[in-house]
Write a protein that binds this ligand. Structure first.
Ligand code: ATP
Ligand code: MG
Length: 620
């Protein structure tokens, strides 16, 4: 096997630190490795990244949610991992490795055995006739906090940020979309420990900046968005999202001011009634037998969903409350929870609904509720004229319902999910809703885990205080899937140099031609010596097959050695994302290729300029 142990030096412009990557062998002959490409799209693969990773021979499915990384997939995964590790180290985080297995007791102490429910993978082990239950970690807050609780006792030992890159296990209800959502995946998880909220803010900021560098180096078109913040509140959580048609998350984005947030979190700017004032109709009770959903009611009464006011009965920390929303809007439970200042919020059960409204489920309304409960309306409800609501009676609705005249509310608040074209909360622009893939998450935890697991430190004032924590995750596999999902064309994957399994493929058109084979092999050797990741396609197959595979796998740079070109002392060189090839003199081509690759490693600029403009451009 033509292997050498040359690493390569890499300077990243954002901080000028010189790294060596951890790719051990930089060259390979196609016939000596294992690249089982597929001609056809495999059954069950629904989205481009899944189809292409299978077809390009990067992964192989073992079962739903579990994949083998084949040699090429493994190389890309290692490159992503290596970028993440370099940036974590550069940000001052300290690497360690915690086991996948941990005792269930730790998870009981924080209540997360229940919170995770079936997602938590529990394994029963037999030890000396005793059964013990262990957990396969879905994340490692419990284990790392327990570690710190045992070994950190003074402010002098803080702050510290610990991280690892290890497999995580989640029994996802629906593992799907290839490696975007699997039961076992590789995560970089980091945890910061500080003595003050200011300290936490600094640690968080350092991780946030490292994340920007990581995703930038991976050439992902990412967007940091505000996310649900949990106990610390405020600006305490960001997700790093890659907008993509098949993303499972929803984000809103204002192109005017750059405001971006997860849909769960997204605020909405001040709203106005869109229609001219109409005269008020009298309140009227109408029979609506068996008609209860928004769709049924609007069909039955020939009105638009936005003319309906829906009344949702929730339990806020166990107490029934009512929420009014326009019929076409969707409730945002985080906003509702905050509006009622509750810790927990859940839709009420049918019995509670009957008790509160006096009617079966589906006929609740703000007029004549049986019980006097707090009633909050979303801002948009103010502008509904002559609306339709449930009548708190079986099979009946009110028409001509008007706020102020027919019912009152105790408060207005922002209670719904944003929709396309909603006003931006920060400027006069409007919000755009788009699907996205979450590749990373930074989160200010506060003291939830340190209190539960007794991780305290003696402060300068001799007081014992809980350590203030943050946690920071990146899905390494998802980096690859998100990249492929957004940067491919009809022929296959388009890799940036930073993540490509090999940076250059050298293709002799006809391997049976001795001169072509010799030239191709020596180009391969020369590039390999220069520290370039290069693969020589030495298969004795039709040239068309090799070109197709090269495009499918998506090596960034392709060098083609053909008999005709050689006769004039030329070989062909082409970036994967460019349409046309350039001819170069044989004696120069290795130096040119090595130079281009080195440049591209540093900046990814050629890739970004070409690919963001075309592939991602369509999606933006
Ligand atoms: P999701 O909402 O997609 O289920 P999450 O918010 O539960 O993810 P975190 O706990 O924030 O995930 O984990 C950190 C990172 O790990 C995520 O940003 C994502 O990139 C990755 N990740 C999470 N779950 C999976 C999974 N099942 N398969 C692959 N990667 C995952
Ligand atoms: Mg998350």
């Amino acid at each position: 096997m033509p292997a050498n142990l040359l690493g390569f030096a890499l300077t990243h412009p954002s901080h000028g630190i010189v790294f060596r990557t951890e790719v051990e062998e930089t060259s390979m002959f196609w016939t000596k490795t294992f690249i089982p490409t597929l001609k056809e799209s495999p059954e069950g693969a629904e989205i481009p990244s899944h189809v292409l990773m299978l077809r390009a021979g990067l992964i192989n499915q073992v079962m739903a949610g579990a994949y083998t990384y084949l040699p090429l997939g493994m190389r890309s995964l290692r490159k992503a991992e290596s970028i993440v590790r370099q940036e974590m180290d550069a940000a001052g985080a300290i690497e360690l490795m915690m086991p996948s297995m941990s005792p269930i007791g730790l998870w009981e102490q924080t209540g997360r055995d229940e919170a995770f429910g079936d997602v938590l993978v529990r394994v029963e082990l037999k030890r000396h006739n005793r059964k013990v239950t262990v957990v396969l970690g879905p994340t490692h807050e419990e284990i790392v906090t327990d570690l710190v609780a045992h070994h950190v006792s003074s402010y002098r030992q803080l702050p510290i940020t610990l991280y690892q890159i290890t497999p995580k296990f989640r029994n996802e209800e629906r593992p799907r979309f290839g490696v975007l959502r699997t039961s076992e995946f590789l995560m970089k998880d980091a945890y910061s420990f500080d003595t003050s909220v200011d300290g936490l803010n600094r640690s968080y900021e350092a991780m946030y900046r490292a994340y920007c560098r990581i995703f930038d180096r991976c050439c992902l078109a990412y967007l940091p968005v505000e996310a649900e913040s949990g106990p610390i509140g405020g600006d305490a959580s960001h997700e790093f999202m890659v907008p993509a048609g098949n993303g499972e998350d929803k984000i809103v984005h204002c192109q005017m001011c750059g405001y971006a947030a997860n849909l769960e979190r997204a605020e909405i700017g001040s709203r106005q009634g869109s229609e001219a004032p109409t005269s008020l109709l009298p309140l009227q009770l109408v029979a609506t037998p068996g008609v209860s959903t928004i769709e049924q009611v609007s069909n039955f009464l020939h009105c638009r969903p936005q003319d309906l006011i829906k009344t949702l009965i929730y339990l806020a920390d166990g107490q029934p409350v009512a929420v009014l929303l326009r019929g076409d809007h969707e409730a945002n439970e985080n906003k509702i929870r905050r509006a009622f200042r509750a810790k927990e919020i859940a839709l009420a059960d049918p019995r509670t609904i009957e008790e509160v409204t006096g009617a079966p489920v589906g006929f609740a309304g703000p007029i004549g509720l049986k019980k006097d409960i707090p009633l909050i309306a979303d801002y948009d409800v103010q502008y509904v004229r002559n609306g339709v609501t449930g009548a708190n009676k079986a099979d009946a609705h009110y028409c001509g319902v008007n706020l102020g005249r027919d019912f009152q509310v105790s408060q207005f608040a922002d209670l719904r999910c944003a929709v396309d074209n909603d006003p931006c909360p920060r400027c006069s622009g409007s919000l755009r809703l788009r699907p996205a893939i979450e590749v990373g998450h930074v989160f200010k935890l506060g003291t939830k885990y340190s209190e539960a697991l007794n991780a305290r430190f003696l402060d300068t004032d001799e007081q014992l205080k809980p350590i203030i924590m943050g946690c920071y995750g990146i899905g390494i596999n998802r980096i690859l899937a998100a990249l492929i999902e957004t940067t491919h064309d009809e022929n296959g994957i388009i890799w940036p140099v930073a993540l490509a399994p090999y940076e250059v493929v050298v293709i002799p058109v006809n391997v049976t031609d001795e001169r072509s084979r010799e030239v191709a092999t020596s180009l391969h050797d020369e590039l390999s010596k220069a520290g370039i990741d290069v693969i020589l396609d030495d298969r004795d197959v039709r040239a068309g097959v090799k070109f197709k595979d090269a495009d499918l796998i998506g090596f960034p740079l392709r060098i083609v050695v053909g008999e005709r070109g050689l006769a004039q002392g030329n070989v062909e060189i082409k970036w994967r994302w460019e349409k046309t090839a350039e001819m170069h003199r044989l004696e120069n081509v290795a130096a040119v290729a090595a130079e281009w690759i080195r440049e591209e490693r540093k900046t990814g600029e050629r890739f970004k300029a070409a690919v963001y403009r075309t592939t991602i451009g369509r999606d933006r």
